[in-house]
Design a protein around this ligand. Structure first.
Ligand SMILES: NC(=O)c1ccc[n+]([C@@H]2O[C@H](COP(=O)([O-])OP(=O)(O)OC[C@H]3O[C@@H](n4cnc5c(N)ncnc54)[C@H](O)[C@@H]3O)[C@@H](O)[C@H]2O)c1
Length: 368
């Protein structure tokens, strides 16, 4: 094999350890450096260790890094890595707010450096098929999209388990920033970005927390389609369901099970042409086989793609440009909740920053 890509991991917490294990399955990578502000957490590892991400970037023998720290550090570390000419894989979300994401987008000048994000669910056959059915026109014009992800039940004990959790200054948001980035990414990846968002947001509605624990958003799309996005960290039992109603039929993904009820005649054509008052188009019930990968397989797909992007110039599964869309959606929903009014996309990132700043100033979490 040709020379290996020397890679470092910044942040060796729960996910960082997962990245370590999964990167090891890709022979083209050699993990040469690790960094965590908690040096103790790295004592069982033999690679070179650094007490900060900045130190690893500046002194480590690396060509690429994976950033697996809490959200606020993603952008400063990625910008520092690009300055050193490194390739960067960033855990989701790219950042806490669009203002910071734009700093990173501006810093990514050398397109020979790969900047990709860990949106591993995009490599699942289930969501790839959904996207294909929409983008190929199989579903016809989209009329309605509903996504309900309420399977994120969290106890008070979870939120109390670390001081930064669910605070404006420590985490920069709640369910939308922590639990929902994958869902928001899939939503926009499959059906595109809405042009307007109106959200009812519950801040600390069910838990003793500062940030959002319940969101119901109405999404308006450029083609006139209307959608909803619903999430909660207090609903039990929860749901994980996407419904896309197109002219050709109804596609449902319920906990990774895909079903398609296909109209024999497109709905709009049928309603214009039938002479019967209560007739509905006859349908075919189509079940769509799709393998559901394991969490580790999804991550390995991302690592292999990152390697191919570096070595062969293939497109990242989730490029930086596209990865900020889920952040834009999360910020838009929160901004609508802050201001109690509809918000047009793209959002005004300065207004969002000012609103977030107000909340960070009175946050119970103080950075040490
Ligand atoms: N893609 C996925 O499926 C998935 C799943 C869970 C979490 N995540 C993401 O992974 C990231 C980390 O989450 P986690 O659950 O591992 O958190 P964690 O708290 O378990 O780990 C974070 C680690 O980063 C270290 N750290 C903090 N600041 C640092 C810095 N500046 N330099 C070096 N180390 C630093 C901490 O000491 C800690 O060990 C988050 O962005 C989270 O959203 C992604």
């Amino acid at each position: 094999m040709d020379k290996k890509i020397k890679i470092g991991i910044i942040g060796l917490g729960a996910m960082g350890k997962g990245h370590y294990k999964n990167i090891k399955t890709v022979p083209e990578f050699e993990i040469t450096a690790l960094s965590d502000v908690n040096m103790d957490g790295m004592k069982d590892y033999s690679e070179a260790k650094f007490a900060s991400g900045e130190e690893l970037i500046n002194k480590g023998d690396v060509e690429a890094i994976v950033i697996v720290t809490p959200h606020f550090d993603h952008v400063p570390l990625a910008v520092a890595a690009l300055k050193k000419g490194l390739h960067v894989l960033i855990e989701k979300p790219v950042s806490v707010q669009m203002k910071d994401a734009k700093i990173l987008l501006d810093a990514h000048k050398d397109k020979g450096r790969v900047v990709a994000c860990v949106f591993n669910n995009r490599t699942s056959q289930v969501y790839m098929k959904m996207r294909e059915m929409v983008s190929s026109g199989e579903l016809g014009a989209i009329q309605r999209v509903n996504m309900t992800v309420t399977q994120w039940f969290r106890s008070d004990a979870y939120f109390k388990s670390a001081g930064w959790r669910a605070t404006w200054a420590g985490e920069g948001g709640g369910a939308l920033l922590n639990q929902c980035p994958h869902s928001l990414d899939l939503l926009q990846w499959i059906t595109g970005m809405p042009k307007r968002v109106t959200a009812n947001v519950g801040f600390g509605k069910h838990h003793d927390i500062e940030v959002e624990d319940e969101v119901t958003a109405i999404l308006e799309y450029p083609n006139g389609a209307v959608g909803t996005f619903v999430t909660s960290t207090a609903e039990a039992p929860g749901l994980n369901r996407i419904e896309i109603a197109g002219d050709q039929g109804l596609l449902i993904c319920d906990n990774n099970n895909l079903t398609y009820t296909r109209n024999e005649v497109r709905a709009k054509k049928f309603l214009k042409e039938t002479e019967e008052r209560f007739a509905v188009p006859p349908v075919w019930n189509v079940s769509i086989p799709a393998k559901v990968p394991t969490f580790d397989e999804l991550h390995q797909n991302i690592h292999r793609n990152f390697k191919d992007a570096i070595l062969k110039g293939v497109a990242p599964v989730a490029s930086l440009q596209e990865s900020v869309n889920s952040l834009e959606l999360a910020n838009a929903m929160l901004l609508s909740g802050f201001l109690n009014k509809p918000v047009d996309l793209p959002i005004d990132s300065e207004i969002y920053a000012a609103e977030l700043e107000k909340r960070m100033k009175t946050s119970r979490f103080k950075k040490g």
